[in-house]
Design a protein around this ligand. Structure first.
Ligand SMILES: C[S@@+](CC[C@H](N)C(=O)[O-])C[C@H]1O[C@@H](n2cnc3c(N)ncnc32)[C@H](O)[C@@H]1O
Length: 218
């Protein structure tokens, strides 16, 4: 592992705003159900950012909505370090990060604990539908953890993932709230959609069109 990655992995272990799945096991399970009372110490809604990378969305939304709590999820500690470090430096108290596989989300949240999910430029997984974060398999993982009517928001440059997700919404009889096929042409002034991540920056440089879907399971 390159030195900088190793150093960051070491450092996130000491950061007060980062949790790591490797700290928990069957004899030391994560204290599920403690996000409001013990971790954020308030009763505010809990919003997840899945595939958060460097955490720009968790931090951006956290600044827009101080009355909500945000948890950025990703497996890459090296990237997460950037967001976690920024949140500590800027004193952003309503954002935490969790280094874990999203596949294990149900080990860290209880039923009806999550108010909203943002999925920002996830890997489109062109060949493996079941690995897409908006596949029926993942939606069933999120379902019990979500409050009724909770929205799932997807921002992507991938036409394939955008069409795949619309197809899932239609086939599974889910509720589509917003369908934006070109974010910067159709709603250039929407502050929630204007937060730019590292990957979005790369896609925009290449002239890719950015798409957005917002839907709920019930
Ligand atoms: C293309 S990057 C996007 C990162 C960030 N959202 C951005 O826009 O810059 C996709 C991220 O998803 C994470 N990821 C993909 N599948 C995952 C999974 N099952 N569990 C945890 N992280 C995952 C990867 O580690 C990676 O950081």
């Amino acid at each position: 592992m390159p030195k900088i990655k190793e150093k960051r992995m070491e450092e996130i272990r000491a950061m007060s705003n980062v949790f790591e799945w490797s700290d928990y096991n069957s004899s030391n399970p994560f204290p599920k159900g403690s996000w409001n009372a013990e971790i954020f110490r308030n009763a505010n809604p809990i919003v997840l950012e899945l595939a958060c990378g460097k955490g720009e969305y968790s931090i951006g939304l956290g600044n827009f909505f101080p009355e909500k709590n945000f948890v950025g999820f990703d497996i890459k500690g090296n990237r997460m370090w950037v967001g976690a470090n920024r949140a500590l430096e800027e004193g952003i108290n309503n954002v935490r990060f969790f280094r874990a596989y999203i596949d294990h989300l149900d080990q860290f949240f209880v039923e009806n604990e999550i108010d909203e999910i943002w999925i920002i430029f996830p890997d489109p997984q062109l060949k493996k539908d079941r690995k897409k974060l908006t596949s029926p398999k993942f939606l069933e993982l999120y379902r019990p953890l979500l409050k009724k009517g909770a929205t799932i928001n997807l921002k992507t440059d991938s036409p394939e993932l955008y069409e795949f997700t619309k197809d899932v919404i239609s086939k599974e009889n889910l509720i589509l709230h917003r369908d934006v096929s070109d974010v910067y042409r159709e709603c250039p002034n929407d502050p929630k959609l204007s937060i730019k991540t590292y990957y979005e920056g790369m896609h925009l440089k290449r002239g890719r069109t950015i798409r957005f879907l917002s839907f709920s399971l019930d």
